[in-house]
Design a protein around this ligand. Structure first.
Ligand code: ARG
Length: 599
């Protein structure tokens, strides 16, 4: 397909000297495989686009393909067997280490910073967004040949620790180094939440509730944070312990989600001894100005940002922004990256504008390398979620509920299924993660149980089902086809698929439904590229739905194992099945979703 595109581009360039040639994908395979929109060229040449398209039809010849002028578009459409050979060849004969559509190493380094939860809080459904959008972006960038560094800017420092320390020392029996043990709980916790982290969370919520009536508690919390920043041994000991409890639980969730980072050691606290050097650099660059009550700020009005960036409070303590500046400087030194993506909610747009502006003032090296990819918040029908107030939806509850709903359906429809529990988990996760990806990245999402864990319609399980259905066809086909039904365990960003020989006769794929499926398969690499460009999995998720839907039409209209099929037709149709299964599996894998072999 790449070679064909190249030939087409070359011929267009020869026919239209000096015109910028950009090809598109037609809306359907019916129209063609590649389209050249003539608008811009026509304007440049002072012609009518439809007339130009007509002229180009006469001027260009490409072997194995026909050219059609469709209004202002020049469409190139492959002959059915040429399309089949091009698409199946690209998928089935791709080298194992570089499957369909993946790119050779680019030498570019991309940092993807994502998830970044705050310590001592539980994962809510909101965290799923940063975690899974970030995971997909990391996967997709790696697939495109970039070296990807996966970082997690853990919120393990900041004033909230003052709150936690104050709450803990107030209400917990100290010396109780084990929050699981006898502890005078503010409220009883549900059975599955009797975890130390949940206990800390309860303390945090209680503190914020009581502080409303007793503002002196605020000073108490501030006092504790100061002690922590000053290195007070007791404050440090408890902080380290809170951090450890949290990490243990976060790790469990990351394992469940199949997400891993290069390191979890570079959270906010990691930059502690880099804060003074960072402030020194800011001072040396002449950027620091005295703000209210002795605070240090950086004015950004000259670059169009009205709110100055606060980098030090009046009492000398650091803030979130200071640690982000230190982190960026550290990453510059440690990774010499080409790009750094911050997968963080839309509520921090201003924060990142400020950080990037300050960095650009400090060193022009940062210009164009830093990118905040904001995502919309998850809201409840009744309003914002707030950890402080305790009205949140916990991620694990959502994953558990999704799994249970799937399990009930399996019990009803396919009780004999092997590995039922594992399959229910994969499908439940598929539903939740896919739902997230189908949403526009920046728009807020209103959470309702039925929407988030829906199993019908354009969902993860629908795509997973198409994959499992294909594998079941392959198992029935037996022989070497059945061996394709176990494509192996996921590894890295690409799944290792062994190359497969193409059937010599692809005549069995002439039907429109087979041709439509081939067209959708060819759409996967562009969808992955679009996901990387738009920094969101949405185009990939949509393409997978189209693929699954088109497969269903193929399955219905092009009998695969029908006894009246000639061996050639059967071979060709099975080869298309294998290609589709590989594409679905690869696409889901990039999104962080597993595809069960049976369901
Ligand atoms: N911990 C922060 C939060 O939960 C997100 C951190 C985002 N990353 C960053 N470099 N500031 O809101």
């Amino acid at each position: 397909m790449d070679a064909l595109r190249h030939t087409f581009e070359q011929q267009l360039a020869a026919a239209l000297p000096g015109v910028d040639i950009t090809l598109e994908r037609p809306r359907s395979g019916e129209l063609g495989d590649l389209a050249f929109p003539c608008f811009r060229a026509a304007k440049q040449l002072g012609k009518n686009p439809a007339q130009l398209a007509q002229e180009l039809v006469a001027a260009i010849r490409i072997e194995g393909a026909g050219l059609v002028a469709a209004g202002p578009y020049l469409n190139l459409k492959l002959a059915p067997e040429t399309r089949a050979a091009a698409v199946l060849g690209a998928i089935l004969q791709a080298p194992g280490d570089r499957p369909f559509g993946s790119r050779p190493p680019t030498g570019k380094k991309v940092i993807v910073e994502y998830s970044s939860p705050n310590i001592a809080k539980l994962f809510t459904i909101g965290h799923l967004r940063s975690t899974m959008i970030g995971h997909a972006l990391a996967q997709v960038n790696q697939f495109l040949g970039h070296e990807v560094i996966r970082l997690n800017h853990l919120g393990d420092w900041g004033t909230q620790f003052g709150t936690l320390l104050a709450a803990y020392t107030r209400w917990a029996q100290d010396g109780n180094a084990n929050l699981e043990a006898d502890f005078d709980w503010a409220e009883p916790a549900p059975e599955k939440r009797r975890t130390p982290l949940f206990r800390l969370f309860q303390l945090y919520v209680r503190f914020h509730a009581e502080e409303e009536a007793d503002p002196a508690m605020r000073d108490e919390a501030r006092g504790w944070f100061r002690r922590l920043e000053e290195g007070d041994a007791e404050a440090r000991r408890l902080w380290a312990w809170f951090r450890e409890i949290s990490l243990r639980e976060f790790q469990r969730i990351y394992d469940r989600l199949g997400v891993a980072f290069d390191t979890l050691a570079q959270g906010e606290a990691f930059y502690e001894d880099r804060l003074v050097p960072t402030m020194d650099r800011l001072a040396a660059a002449g950027l620091l100005v005295e703000g209210d009550k002795g605070a240090r700020i950086i004015n950004l009005e000259d670059v169009g940002i009205a709110t100055p960036c606060l980098v030090q409070k009046g009492d000398g303590t650091s803030i979130y922004a200071t640690r982000d500046l230190a982190a960026a400087l550290y990453r510059q030194e440690a990774y010499a990256f080409d790009r750094c993506l911050y997968v963080v909610g839309t509520d921090q747009v201003l924060h990142f504008q400020q950080i990037f502006a300050v960095l650009a003032k400090l060193d022009s090296w940062f210009q164009g390398r830093m990118l905040h990819t904001p995502f919309g918040m998850v809201k409840l029908p009744e309003g914002k979620m707030s950890t402080r107030k305790g009205n949140v939806i916990f991620l694990e509850d959502v994953l558990d509920e999704a799994r249970e709903r799937v399990a009930a359906i399996i019990e009803e429809k396919n009780p004999g299924l092997a590995d039922k529990e594992a399959v229910a988990e994969m499908l439940g996760m598929g539903a939740v993660v896919f739902f997230d990806a189908m949403n526009d990245r920046v728009k807020p999402i209103t959470f309702t149980w039925d929407r988030v864990i829906a199993l019908d319609g354009d969902t993860g399980p629908y795509v997973q089902y198409a994959h499992a259905r294909i594998l079941s066809v392959l198992r029935k086909a037996g022989g070497t086809w059945a061996a394709q039904a176990q494509p192996g365990a996921p590894q890295g960003p690409c799944l290792p698929f062994a190359p497969l020989t193409l059937p010599a006769d692809l005549g069995g794929l002439a039907a429109p439904e087979a041709q439509a499926l081939l067209f959708e398969l060819a759409g996967l690499p562009p969808a992955i590229a679009a996901a990387a460009d738009g920094n969101m999995a949405t185009p990939l998720a949509r393409q997978l739905v189209s693929l699954a839907r088109t497969f269903s039409g193929y399955y219905t209209n092009c009998p695969i194992l029908a006894p009246e099929n000639t061996p050639e037709v059967r071979e060709a149709r099975l080869a298309l099945c294998v290609a589709t299964a590989r594409a679905l599996r690869q696409g889901l894998h990039l999104m962080g979703i597993q595809a069960p072999e049976e369901m």
